[in-house]
Design a protein around this ligand. Sequence first.
Ligand code: HEM
Length: 464
Amino acid sequence: MASSIPGPTPRFIIGNLLDVQDEVPIRALERLVDIYGPIYKLVLKGDDSIFVGGFDLFDELCDETRFFKIPPRVLTEDRPEGARGLFIANSEKDEDWAQAHRILMPAFGPMAIAGMFDEMHDIATQMVMKWARLGPNNKILVTDDFTRLTLDTIALCAMDYRFNSFYSEKLDPYVVAMNHTLAARSQRGQVGGMIKSLLPSYQKQLQRDNDYMKSVADQLVKYRRDNPTEKKDLLNAMIHGTDPKTGKSMRDDLIGVNMQTFLVAGHETTSGLLSFAFMNMLMNPETYFAAQQEVDRVVGKEKILPKHLNELKYINAVLRETLRLTPTAPAFARGIRPENKEERVLLGGKYEIPRDTGVLCLIGKIQRDPKVYGEDADGFKPERMLDENFEKLPKNAWKPFGTGLRACIGRAFAWQEALLVTALLLQNFDMSLDDPNYTMHIQQSLTIKPKDCYVRAKLRPGIS
Ligand code: HEM
């Protein structure tokens, strides 16, 4: 017997709109798990939406033979026809996705990522120099500097472009346009965002921003075609790579949209990870000292090299634990695979999922399920993520990078960058919270990051 999926009663016309209003929309969705349990239903914009916030049901949704990725509606609903980047492709059967995936997988593989180490180090050093020069009394808004860092890093490694964010006060126009469009998309489900979206001037501005971002990407592709280099970056992998299955190369419009995808998908997620990691460590100083001691033991005062990163087991665990508590891409959607021939698709043996309805997985809630992580699931405890413990976790208990074929292609890139930056900062600075009583608040655009987190950074003795 199927059970009905619980949820708040929808209101006339507006459905459950009022139930999801919050400065941090993901928190409103997570709160509903506490009220209705690990699965609930809402009516939003006239459609049924299902949400899952518990491990057991999520575990089932990870079964790739029954379910597959549904791209986020906020990123797809107003897209014109035409090339789609990897992130928002409708399915693995989409030829553009399959071709880009096959060509790009090696470019994101371990050897290729190790080859990007020096460029990552170059940008990270710019940030270290800035903090050192500004001195120990300077209040640093870490989220802003980590965003400068991750954006400059992905642009340099992917397409040999320097935003030089650490050398100018003003943001690059590309970044301004990108921030506008991301903020607009993330506000789509909120009443304020809906009202704004009705204003013609607002729509025009968004269109201008989108056109500008597209033209920058197209120009970069054209420039590289006209001025070839030997550099092993993602742009060259796309321009010169051929699909091992079909022998074909990628079209320029597909290269352009994927470059935009990397700039967007590849910076705020990693920047948020770094911000949360440092705030977690500074709010739990014993973990900061443990991580710093590890850097001193493994690297000392030498230059950090790729070989050191594998040995930073504790920092690895800090990053894993951070993404468990606050996955910076806090939700993703799964739907029933068209090939799934089950007559009625039941989750947990009793909740029927309609074929045309996506299920949004609330990863931050799923990764705090006490059934998997115990009664202290809400606490920051890097030890539980050390390799020997991590390997004993159930297969789908830690999924901040998504799941299956459509899982994050940039995971190794993000991991190398986050390990390197964390180690470099710990090696050079004793950091402290500007407000010792800081409590973690979250801000959300499409991704999440901590709010108002100011720190101070003092060069360590013997570092000049
Ligand atoms: C996909 C998270 C860094 C590029 C995803 C997905 C998640 C995710 C959850 C799956 C989304 C879904 O199922 O709808 C993260 C996190 C990161 C990170 C937490 C950092 C901490 C990066 C970086 C890049 C990147 C650095 C690029 C350089 C992509 C792309 C996809 C993706 C292209 C789509 C893959 C496909 O569908 O084939 N990421 N990501 N990500 N990510 Fe990441």
